[in-house]
Design a protein around this ligand. Structure first.
Ligand SMILES: Nc1ncnc2c1ncn2[C@@H]1O[C@H](COP(=O)(O)OP(=O)(O)OP(=O)(O)O)[C@@H](O)[C@H]1O
Ligand SMILES: [Mg+2]
Length: 367
């Protein structure tokens, strides 16, 4: 059992920087939780407070129901893997992995057993006699993880462990860490600013901005039901389109009206949007929910708009179109067979079931 509870945890540094503000989140036993957010949003600070490396200004951190605010890092049964691996250069891989256990006065035979077991899990048995400088980035990464595994901790904390690796290795390590999570049945808190890493690895994503938690949810929820404009814009690439709009009531329906087009909302959204008639909102739609009319299933006049193609970006499996509609520039991710040409007109069809609408003032999601 290893559940971690943060209750209104706040960190104010000596220089008055509020790095984390009233963070409340539950990390369940065996859960893979990703803290996601841009640089400086308080991810590392949160992780260091869980590890006990940073004092908490106010609030409570519990591990398995026990308050650990004043428990020393070494007594928290937590292992942290840092971004820069922090391997000892003069020690071999074996010694690096054994070091923590030696400090804790484990018997030699037990240390040997644990190091060899971890090396086997990570596929680095051949490397045990090497020094860190004789390893590739990915191998060093595995050693850093191995050093955490041998301690058999209740909770693993990872701080951007893949950021020093090249793109291909990152993808590979991503799935290895996921497999490792299943194998160890461990509770993991993983920090990254890479949304793809978060989406692919997490059971639960905690999105942070300026020290404040914006949303907690499964990757599916975060992607499909973003709580506000920040989360909606941070997740997804290319990013969601945001357009200034007004909700209007016309011809027996409710419409989203912008400077360049008007589209009709689906029945399921009408009840919510009735309260917003004649109010200004931000309309959001993801590029993949906009279709080239030629390849759209059952396009209708009320969800078709016309624009001018600025740029065509063929990516092979899909094509990105940058289209000007009125005062707005919209990105659509369309079928690669599109006949769109730069400078020419195009009809685009919106999937109105997947639209988002945000309160212009509070930035919070209405739909
Ligand atoms: N020791 C410190 N003293 C004062 N301010 C700090 C200290 N450490 C971090 N900060 C500030 O606290 C805020 C949060 O920093 P933190 O390192 O937690 O961000 P992060 O989300 O991990 O960012 P990154 O993605 O760049 O690693 C930042 O504004 C940072 O400048
Ligand atoms: Mg950080």
């Amino acid at each position: 059992m290893a559940q971690v509870d943060l209750e209104k945890v706040t960190k104010v540094y000596e220089n008055k920087v509020v790095a984390v503000k009233e963070a409340t989140v539950t990390i369940n036993d065996k859960e893979f939780v990703v803290l996601l957010g841009p640089s400086g949003c308080g991810k590392t600070t949160t992780l260091r407070m869980i590890a006990g490396l940073e004092e908490i200004t106010s609030g409570t951190i519990k591990i398995d129901g026990k308050v650990v605010n004043d428990v020393e890092p070494k007594d928290r049964d937590i292992a942290m893997v840092f971004q820069n691996y922090a391997l000892y250069p003069h020690m071999t891989v074996y010694e690096n992995m054994a070091f923590g256990l030696k400090l804790r006065k484990f018997p030699k035979a037990e240390i040997d057993k644990r190091v060899k077991e971890a090396a086997k899990i990570l596929g680095i048995e051949e490397l045990l006699d090497r020094k860190p400088r004789q390893l590739s980035g990915g191998q060093r990464q595995r050693v850093a993880v191995g050093r955490a595994i041998v301690r058999n901790p209740k909770v693993f904390l990872f701080d951007e462990p893949l950021s020093n690796l090249d793109a291909k290795l990152r993808v590979q390590m991503r799935s290895e860490l996921k497999k490792l999570h299943h194998r160890l049945e461990a509770t993991i808190v993983y920090v990254t600013h890479d949304q793809v890493e978060a989406m692919t690895m997490a059971d639960k994503i905690v999105v942070m901005k300026d020290g404040v938690i914006q949303q907690i949810g499964s990757p599916y929820e975060i992607y499909n039901k973003p709580a506000n404009i920040f989360v909606a814009g941070f997740i997804g690439s290319p990013a969601m389109n945001f357009i200034n709009a007004t909700v209007v009531s016309e011809r027996g329906g409710i419409w989203i009206s912008t400077s360049g087009f008007k589209v009709k909302v689906v029945k399921e959204h009408e009840t919510i949007l009735e309260k917003w008639i004649d109010k200004e909102v931000i309309f959001g739609i993801r590029p993949e929910n906009i279709f080239d009319k030629l390849f759209a299933i059952a396009p209708q006049a009320e969800n078709t708009i016309q624009g001018t193609v600025d740029v065509v970006e063929p990516l092979g499996s899909e094509t990105l179109l940058h289209v000007t509609v009125g005062d707005n520039s919209i990105v659509a991710r369309v079928d690669p067979r599109t006949k769109a040409k730069e400078g020419e007109k195009i009809d685009l069809v919106f999937d109105m079931n997947t639209i988002h609408v945000f309160d212009k003032d509070t930035q919070q999601a209405i739909i």
